[in-house]
Design a protein around this ligand. Structure first.
Ligand code: BGC
Length: 874
């Protein structure tokens, strides 16, 4: 009997909704509890997993019936049922008991499907073309006949390069750049698509594929690695058709497929795409096309090294996530028009044109315009960033590239056969399709723009891997950038699966001696320096803290230990002077000595590894890393910290690391904080920090009692500051504090990106300090609401859709009071800490807090259960 309104929503498996290829033996199931009751908690759950929708409907968990399990766990519950087979779909649902032990209704059914669990199940053969060095992309086709009454048809496919697949001329999915970027010699991801509906329409079909270079064979690999991953792009695909009568058959890539080089004449991630629509063989990917003149495919016999990990893609694919319209255009020369999208983003332009066959449209992409309003391209370095389309001359032509993208706000178009118009083109925003979970808004337009810039920069750079920039000839998974930004990224989007994927890239790139790389996948072949290689420690720890992901921590733990061992082994009696170091990258006239950065990060990594050992119950390791941390701390103090608290180099970043990483005694902490503040004041309320220090400065100022100074930095508009880029027109976070100035124009072109998220790490502070939303160490079932208003802000509000539901924290100041509204999701609890000393004057939902029945701690903090609350303090 349903007695409760407790209802499970957002049922997911391994962070994904109804995933089609899971390879975890015991996949993790999660849901959110919906229950509008105040203090709603889940007192128990029951999960049913069945092998058919019918059984599930009849409440028969023939794969697994968890039975009634007491407790409030609703996230990451391991499947503990019968062993699951390759391609098997498991249908599941869950019901909850509320706080008063009343049962609620079953959730809507969800499912997860296992991937191909054994590499031997790959019947398909790798196919490519005889000619390996053509700049054009091969297209491939295969027609086949099937019977009727299909129960299910799953297509598994992967490529060396990136694939674009069609069935009977229709795109099989909206995934872009599949199978994505990994260290292809070690790991390759495959995708799985359900074609049941598409195939059930008739019995004759045609599979079509076009293969682009992607990361596999383009300049991105060759220029940095000195060699490509391989010279020949290829496809591996197999379609399993299961009939209602229990029989099944396969269609797969083999020698019967045909190929030619198609209309995509040239493609490179850096340089762009050239497409000659006149060369499109009409109907080539449909049934009935005459492919007599096509070549048979070439079998790539060595494409699958023995220990290659062929794994299902574990994250959200790259997709088009938004369409933008240009906001204006202007002509700069006869036949040359610049379109402005008003926003810097990653993606491409979709053309809607009418013209004669052979008409050549050329688009060049840039992030800025010069003083004369022409396109500024110097910062692209050698990346040509140019797409070319040769028209075929039909009534209305619509084209967009599929194997190359750009980071841009402006596009310069030449060769247009028609007068420029805002309707001729659309800006297609692309990126890993991670769900937006966070929003921040306050009374300062400046701060709102900084926030918006950080979100756009995340969207532009979370594209398969977390990259430094999306535009110039780089676009690499720089570890340092990712580790300073991960906490911010989590506030904005659900990046759990995205980072799960990148953790594997980090593992694949770890060196024999334990060094994590500078970038992952490691096409640079360079060992990570301090604060860069540390991503291998900081990222899994942050994922654990924000997503309670103990599994990822356990998986990364041995690698974390190896990194710490590497740092120790390369140290000189714990003084790190030989591992690489990018320094406090792009700091402003403030050189923090490399040894200080290295040794501080050695301590930091050791301390995190100790905490991980605690979580994983590795008692001996806890001791080991605790004493190592103390020993490094001693060395750090002996060599770098003077009795007056001055730290070698006397830079803000030096003080920030020492304070944040807990390297100082309480007395020296106070002194160091004074020196930090003195330096900020000396610089007329400016920071001098680079990538390393900027990620630390706001929280250290807050924690050392200097909230007012943090707000000053936040609201600064003079160089160097976040606001400086905003007043200079930024719509994304810039690589340098002065990437562009009104007086001087562009900054140092040798390295100057207008979409570089590292400094966007300040968003972490907007959430955890201005709005005050943060975890209490592990996940968001228990979290903190500690708003800390300041600066010129009159109101601020943030929401974060946590794994349990929506958390909201919004305050507004009036002349005498502050009104505070909060939402606490069902099955969670918040520890509320208000910025007022007069707790006796606080009102909760209109009643004095002290009379509201809520227990208030001596320090004035109090716990609230699920619900919406209105609080007022004076
Ligand atoms: C990248 C940075 C990176 C740095 C480290 C640059 O080229 O763009 O974001 O962290 O190199 O050396």
């Amino acid at each position: 009997m349903i007695k409760s309104k407790a209802f499970p929503l957002n049922c997911r498996c391994e962070y994904l909704k109804n995933p089609l290829a899971i390879d975890a033996v015991s996949p993790r199931l999660s849901w959110e509890m919906q229950d509008a009751e105040h203090n709603a908690v889940q007192s128990a759950y029951r999960i049913l997993v069945a092998d058919s929708t019918e059984s599930l409907k009849a409440n028969i968990g023939n794969l697994w019936d968890s039975g009634k399990v007491d407790g409030n766990q609703s996230f990451q519950i391991h499947y503990r049922g019968k062993k699951l087979k390759s391609s098997q779909t498991a249908f599941w649902k869950v019901m909850l008991w509320d706080a008063t032990q009343n049962p609620g209704a079953w959730s809507k059914p969800a499912s997860f499907t296992m991937g191909l669990l054994d590499i031997k199940e790959w019947k398909a053969k790798w196919i490519g073309t005889y000619l390996a060095n053509s700049p054009a992309c091969p297209i491939m086709r295969k027609e086949f006949k099937i019977k009727t009454n299909i129960k299910r048809a799953l297509l598994y496919s992967t490529a060396k390069g990136v694939q674009h697949l069609t069935l009977n001329g229709k795109e099989i999915s909206d995934d872009l750049f599949a199978p994505g970027w990994t260290d292809y010699d070690k790991r390759l991801h495959y995708r799985c698509y359900d074609l049941t509906k598409m195939l059930n329409k008739s019995t004759r079909h045609c599979l079509g594929a076009e293969i682009g270079n992607g990361w596999f064979k383009g300049r991105i690999a060759s220029e940095h690695m000195g060699t490509t991953y391989g010279h020949r792009v290829g496809l591996l695909a197999q379609l399993k058709i299961e009939y209602n009568n229990g029989k099944s058959e396969w269609v797969y890539t083999d020698e019967t497929w045909k190929t030619i080089f198609g209309p995509t004449r040239h493609v490179d991630l850096y340089d762009g795409e050239t497409y000659d629509a006149q060369l499109e063989p009409k109907g080539w990917n449909r049934v009935g096309f005459n492919d007599e003149n096509w070549e048979p495919v070439f079998l790539l016999r060595r494409a699958m090294p023995e220990n290659l990990l062929l794994k299902p893609y574990p994250a959200e694919p790259v997709r088009i996530t938004q369409t933008l319209k240009p906001i204006k255009f202007w002509s700069i020369a006869p036949g040359k028009v610049i379109y402005d999208f008003g926003q810097n983003f990653a993606g491409w332009v979709r053309l809607h044109f009418k013209g004669k066959a052979g008409c050549v449209l050329r688009m060049r992409f840039g992030e800025m315009v010069n003083k004369d309003n022409s396109l500024y391209i110097d910062n692209m370095r050698s990346a040509a960033c140019t797409d070319t389309y040769v028209m075929k001359g039909v009534k209305r032509e619509v084209w967009e590239p599929k194997f190359s993208f750009h980071g841009f706000r402006y596009v310069e178009m030449s060769g247009s056969p028609v007068a420029p118009s805002l309707n001729n083109l659309s800006g297609m925003v692309i990126g890993s399709d991670t769900t937006r979970v966070g929003h921040f808004e306050c009374s300062s337009q400046l701060v709102n723009q900084i926030y918006s810039n950080a979100v756009w920069t995340q969207r532009a750079n979370f594209l398969e891997v977390p990259t430094d920039c999306p535009q110039r000839d780089e676009r690499l998974g720089w570890t340092g950038d990712a580790q300073v930004f991960i906490r911010t990224a989590i506030n904005n989007m659900d990046v759990a699966a995205f980072f799960t994927k990148w953790m594997a890239d980090l593992l694949d790139s770890q060196y024999e001696d334990g060094a994590f790389p500078n970038i992952a996948p490691d096409v640079l072949k360079s060992k990570g320096g301090a604060a860069w290689g540390d991503a291998g420690v900081v990222c899994p720890w942050t994922l654990y803290q924000c997503y309670e992901d103990r599994d990822i921590l356990a998986k990364m733990y041995p690698a974390m230990k190896r990194w710490v061992a590497y740092l120790k082994n390369t140290s000189n009696n714990l003084l790190c002077d030989s591992v690489g170091c990018c320094g406090d990258w792009l700091a402003v006239n403030a050189k923090t000595p490399d040894t200080v950065i290295r040794t501080a990060h050695f301590a930091y990594a050791t301390d995190i590894t100790r905490k991980a050992a605690e979580v994983l119950n590795q008692k001996a390791d806890v001791k080991k890393y605790a004493s190592l941390f103390n020993a490094i701390k001693e060395v750090f103090n002996k060599h770098f910290v003077k009795s007056n608290g001055k730290i070698e180099g006397d830079t803000q970043t030096g003080y920030l690391m020492a304070l944040k990483f807990g390297l100082l005694t309480p007395i020296k902490s106070k002194l160091a904080a004074k020196h930090l503040v003195a330096d900020i004041r000396k610089k007329k309320m400016h920071s001098s920090t680079g990538f390393v220090g900027t990620a630390l400065i706001m929280s250290v100022l807050r924690d050392s009692g200097n909230l007012d100074i943090a707000y000053k930095l936040l609201e600064n508009t003079s160089y160097p500051s976040w606001g400086y880029s905003v007043v200079n027109g930024a719509t994304t976070i810039w690589e340098r504090w002065n990437s562009w100035t009104k007086e001087g124009g562009p900054g140092d072109v040798s390295m100057n990106s207008y979409s570089h998220y590292a400094y966007g790490a300040v968003v972490e502070w907007m959430f955890d300090t201005i709005a005050g939303i943060d975890h209490q160490g592990c996940g968001f079932q228990k979290f903190t609401l500690k708003p800390q208003p300041g600066g010129s802000l009159k109101h601020a509000s943030a929401s974060f859709h946590s794994p349990y539901g929506l958390i909201r924290s919004a305050w507004k100041k009036s002349a005498k009071q502050t009104h505070y509204e909060i939402s606490i999701p069902a099955n969670t609890q918040a520890n509320v800490i208000l910025p007022t000393k007069s707790i006796e004057k606080v009102k909760l939902n209109g009643r004095p807090l002290k009379k509201s029945g809520v227990e208030v701690d001596l320090d004035g903090s109090f716990c609230l259960g699920a619900g919406e609350y209105k609080i007022i303090w004076t």
